[in-house]
Design a protein. Structure first.
Lengths: 578, 513
């Protein structure tokens, strides 16, 4: 029955249903809007089921063969994931009356879908910029000064990434003559090398590579409770997709990924804002995926995309539970929360499911994908990488698995008495939590079935399960012991310095004076140019008579014109004879 | 059976219809006849373009006299493309003219207008189709004389002096071309272009031929209004009736550019003109000065028609720049710009004509507040204006893109940069009009009659051109393919050599003539 229904659907570009949903949200209000917004992702997912792999709607622009829609298994997997994420996020945001967030959220999801189905670099660039432009409204929708500033810094980084991508793409297109978005790699000669690096850095900025990561930890915690769910689902995952398609097996990515997996742990442990903790843990999880892409074997790539799939769900779940806390209490700092399990028992349980998933407990979704990446690292002989990832996995359990639920719902009682969040929030979290458990228990029937590359992998064997359990228990032991001895970094209201100190503090202190003196010089030049232009205009335009003046602007008498003819003819003739 | 005569029909049909218009006596009937004839010519031109794209060159011996004795009509992709543009614009302008000339030309002279227009079309088609150097001069004179008449038809008396200036300069230009052709004939004894090309190739270096080339180039430069020989053009376009300005601005100078391409590439050969004589440097310098000087002068004009006229001279600079790069890519960009510029200047002059009709003035002050009162006209003006600036997704962008690419291909970074700076000046002069139209309140005129939107018969051709600007900015398959084929064909001496050898045997006989 479903298949006959699918045949009835007209073929549409995959991003269109979500886009139509977002446009409808502009005009509709009340229940009708809710229904349309819920239907859009479902319709979109059905569209994906109806479309066959291939390239669609190609057309010519300036002699370039554009492929706006390319469907293959890799893009399909991300396509399904994004529709699922959009659905969960829409359910979570249903209680809102803020049109701006609804429209921005759905069109953001549409841009993400468009980006993963883009078959050429130009289309990719367009959706790349759309991602930035639509998502920034989810941050600004918080409507605070901090959110505005963070949003501005966010959009600057995103536009920079877009410009780099475009420059790299133009170099590639002019040098190779092909616009197709396929494997790029960093091994090139001459100008192509520059182009590939530009594209690599553009992807890297979106992917939150170290030193480019500050936009993420800066902006995501400042977004609205519901906006953070959208933000956590799309941007970095599009970047992981782009890396998996453009730079699979680039060894540099392994080391970048390891750094990403390890360094945020320290920040996450000492951070007080619990959503910022999640933002750091997001970089850490993306680090695992980047390692997978960098290793580049089919097992590793499968692990990377499977982990992206799971991460969207369990990170979304954790973000949603923290969003629910923020929504109900208005607070998000660990030092101000605690003891909420009494008033929010359901949220507590759902949050713990998310924490178990991100910590990769067996039978939860994180386990089945994280172990793929780690096995791939061992199989390719990256022993130190494996060790570092093991450390990172323990760290994840520490800061995301224990710290988040512990400080929010247990710890010392903060005295806050509240109720469970709105029903739609609970429903969205329940969907995500159920998915976490189903995927963790039946990986072969769910996420493995979608994997783009052929692989035969069994996560549930004795070695894997035992290693993971040991790791988790010792990590939990460490937390308990440190906490009992009062040696665990306490939750304090504080500001932690990250590398963004360089551009948020050093810049004002050191660069700004230079900037001002340069600006002063520019101003002076501009004033001079202004005077020059004004003089030029005064010389060539008569204000009183309202007519142009000057030799070339006024009409020449016929004899002058003829003189010029003679002059030119004589000039050419003389030139010939010498 | 009829199709074999197609190459000559765009000349013959308007030529026969022109006196008929005069005889019909009534403005309406003359309009109908002229429009139909022009429309048929356009259809024939398009079919000829398709045939040439498909098969290459079409040769037609006029009156059954085989070339090189008789006059040959020769159509290849280059001139078939421009012929389609000219006849197409002519048809649109005629549709537009019915209402436009009603206010600008005295009723008694309407039939004269249609007659002169058709004669001008005859001349332009003739220049484009003929394969004979002297015949080209004859058609040039037919079109020029018709043009002088057209300019002087305006009820504005300043049009008479403008037409006179045009006449003096045009005649000097035509005379120079005749002198040049005479010198070539003296040396080679033939007038057929291919024959000429073959014979000129036999001379290593010849003063008579060089002098002939100098005369021809200067003569053609007057005709195409190359800086600094352009001063006949601004007053002529300013004071001519709007329909005439629209027609001339998008066809007459373009045809002159074609004549230059023909003489340089087909008759003398690019190698001779550029490598032995260094003409490319002269053209390059003049083209760049034209772009800058005339774009700048355009920015300070208060009369919008004069402004557009100076802008035309600047745009011709872009075409000559393309030619002077001496590469296939450059020539192709030049040809493409001929095509695209016809679309934009046609639409711009038509919009200004509509404004002139409703407000009685083409001064920039008359444009104030028109964004509200004449929204359709100003929207068309805006689209064509964006195209002349070279905004992406318009036709203007496509030709500038190819021009910049062609310059970069030769490592001429400076030229590419200058082309882009030139576009900035275009932003200024188009921006002034848009600012007046959309952001300024209308001046309170003494008569408080409200300004209405232009009549439909004027809006339709204007919008066809405006939409064409966008269409050819997005789907470039037709324009670019044709321009590319034409440039390749013109530039490839070997491709022309095939046809030369075919006429070689004939020319040996011809020498005995």
């Amino acid at each position: 029955m479903i298949s006959s229904l699918l045949e009835l659907l007209p073929q549409l570009p995959p991003f269109l249903p979500l886009l139509i949903g977002s446009l409808a949200a502009i005009f509709l209000r009340g229940h009708l809007r809710s229904v349309i917004m819920l239907l859009a992702p479902v319709w979109g997912a059905l569209q994906l089921a109806a479309i066959d792999p291939g390239v669609y709607w190609t057309f010519q622009l300036l002699g370039l063969e554009l492929e706006p829609v390319r469907v293959d298994k890799l893009s399909l997997m991300f396509g399904y994931l994004f529709h699922l994420a959009a659905f969960i996020a829409v359910v979570y945001a249903l209680h809102l009356k803020d049109t701006m967030q609804h429209v921005a959220g759905l069109s953001y999801a549409a841009s993400a879908v468009g980006a993963v189905f883009a078959g050429d670099l130009i289309t990719l660039f367009i959706f790349w910029e759309l991602l930035a432009l639509t998502s920034v409204f989810l941050i600004w929708a918080r409507r605070t000064d901090r959110a505005y500033g963070a949003g501005m810094r966010y959009i600057v980084m995103k536009v920079l990434s877009g410009v780099l991508l475009l420059t790299g793409a133009v170099i590639f297109i002019t040098q190779t003559g092909s616009v197709r978005f396929e494997e790029i790699g960093l091994e090139h000669d001459g100008i192509l090398k520059l182009g590939s690096w530009l594209i690599f850095i553009a992807f890297g900025i979106k992917c939150a590579f170290p030193f480019f990561h500050n936009w993420l930890t800066d902006a995501y915690p400042e977004s609205t409770p519901t906006g953070a769910i959208f933000l956590a689902s799309f941007t970095t995952k599009v970047a992981v997709y782009s890396l998996a398609r453009g730079f699979p097996g680039t060894e540099l990515l392994v080391w970048i990924g390891v750094t990403m997996a390890c360094f945020p742990i320290f920040y996450a442990v000492i951070e007080n804002d619990l959503r910022r903790v999640l933002a750091y843990s997001m970089i850490n999880q993306v680090g695992f995926m980047v390692v997978g892409v960098g290793i580049g074997t089919s097992l590793a790539l499968n692990g990377a995309v499977a982990h992206a799939f799971n991460d969207v769900i369990f990170k979304g779940l954790l973000m949603m539970s923290m969003g629910a806390v923020l929504h109900m209490t208005g607070r998000i700092n660990g030092s101000e929360l605690g003891g909420l399990y009494k008033s929010m028992p359901k949220t507590t349980i759902l949050c713990i499911v998310g924490a178990a998933s991100i910590s990769a407990f067996p039978l939860f979704s994180g386990f089945v994908s994280k172990s793929m990446i780690m096995s791939a690292a061992v199989a390719e002989g990256y022993d130190y990488v494996w060790l570092a990832l093991l450390f990172a996995a323990a760290g994840v359990f520490h800061h995301a698995g224990i710290k988040i639920p512990y400080f929010a719902f247990f710890a010392h009682d903060s005295g806050i008495r509240t109720t469970e969040p709105p029903k739609n929030m609970l429903a969205a979290m329940t969907i995500a939590a159920t998915l976490c458990i189903i995927i963790g228990t039946f990986p072969a029937q769910t996420v493995y079935a979608l994997l783009p590359w052929e692989v035969d992998y069994q996560p549930y064997d004795i070695t894997h399960v035992l290693t993971q359990l040991q790791l988790l228990f010792f990590s939990a032991l460490a937390f308990a012991w440190l906490n009992l001895r009062n040696m665990y970094p306490p939750e304090l209201p504080s500001t932690n310095l990250d590398t963004d100190w360089f551009y948020r503090k050093l810049t004002p202190g050191f660069v700004v004076p230079i900037y001002y003196s340069v600006m002063q010089m520019m101003n002076k030049l501009e004033r001079l140019a202004n005077i020059g232009i004004r003089r030029l205009i005064r010389m060539s335009y008569d204000d009183d008579k309202n007519q142009p003046k000057g030799y070339f602007a006024k009409l020449w008498p016929i004899e002058t014109m003829v003189l010029w003819v003679a002059f030119l003819l004589a000039g050419i003739l003389i030139l010939y004879y010498v | 059976m009829f199709e074999q005569h197609f190459p000559v029909l765009p000349i013959v049909l308007p030529l026969i219809a022109a006196p008929l218009c005069m005889l019909l006596g009534r403005s309406q009937l003359a309009w109908l006849l002229a429009t139909i004839v022009s429309g048929i010519s356009f259809c024939i031109a398009v079919s000829l373009l398709m045939v040439t794209l498909d098969q290459g060159v079409l040769s037609y011996a006029l009156g059954g006299w085989e070339p090189p004795w008789g006059i040959e009509m020769r159509l290849d992709v280059a001139n078939a493309l421009i012929l389609s543009v000219v006849t197409g614009i002519s048809t649109l302008v005629l549709v537009y003219a019915k209402d436009s000339i009603a206010t600008e030309i005295p009723q008694s002279q309407h039939t004269l207008f249609y007659t002169a227009h058709l004669l001008c079309l005859t001349g332009l088609s003739g220049i484009l189709t003929t394969g004979d150097a002297f015949n080209l001069f004859v058609f040039l004179e037919i079109s020029s004389l018709a043009t002088y008449t057209l300019v002087s038809l305006a009820s504005d008396r300043r049009a008479l002096t403008a037409a006179f200036r045009y006449l003096v300069m045009g005649t000097i230009g035509a005379t120079f071309i005749l002198i040049g052709v005479g010198m070539m004939y003296m040396k080679t004894g033939t007038l057929n272009m291919l024959d000429l090309a073959a014979r000129i190739g036999e001379f290593e270096y010849n003063r008579t031929l060089n002098t002939g080339l100098a005369f021809i180039l200067v003569g053609v430069s007057i005709k195409l209004a190359l800086f600094p020989l352009h001063m006949w053009l601004p007053p002529a376009y300013t004071h001519a009736p709007s329909a005439v300005s629209a027609f001339l601005a998008s066809t007459a100078t373009k045809v002159a550019v074609y004549v230059m391409i023909r003489f340089i590439f087909t008759i003398y050969g690019a190698e001779y003109v550029f490598y032995s004589m260094g003409m490319d440097v002269i053209l390059l310098v003049l083209a760049i000065v034209a772009i800058f000087n005339c774009s700048f002068v355009a920015t300070v004009q208060s009369n919008v028609k004069t402004m557009l006229a100076y802008s035309s001279v600047a745009q011709i600079g872009y075409m000559i720049l393309g030619i002077s790069l001496v590469t296939t890519a450059g020539l192709m960009a030049g040809l493409l710009h001929i095509f695209n510029h016809a679309l934009m200047k046609g639409a711009l002059f038509m919009a200004v004509g509509a404004v002139f009709m409703r407000t009685g003035s083409a001064d920039i002050k008359a444009f104030r507040g028109l964004g509200k009162t004449m929204p359709w006209t100003m929207a068309a003006f805006t689209i064509a204006g964006l195209s002349i600036i070279g905004v992406p997704l318009t036709a203007g962008f496509v030709s500038k893109w190819y021009l910049v690419t062609a310059a970069l291909e030769q490592q001429h970074w400076m030229i590419a940069f200058l082309v882009l700076i030139g576009s900035l000046l275009a932003i200024v002069y188009i921006g002034r009009i848009l600012e007046a139209a959309y952001f300024k309140d209308p001046v309170q005129s003494a008569s408080d009659k409200t300004i209405k939107e232009a009549p439909l018969m004027m809006l339709v051709p204007m919008w066809i051109l405006a939409v064409a600007n966008i269409y050819f900015g997005i789907d470039t398959s037709l324009s670019v393919t044709a321009a590319d084929a034409a440039a390749n064909w013109l530039f490839e001496p070997s491709a022309q050599a095939v046809f030369q050898s075919a006429s070689q045997s004939a020319s040996e006989l011809g020498a005995a003539r």
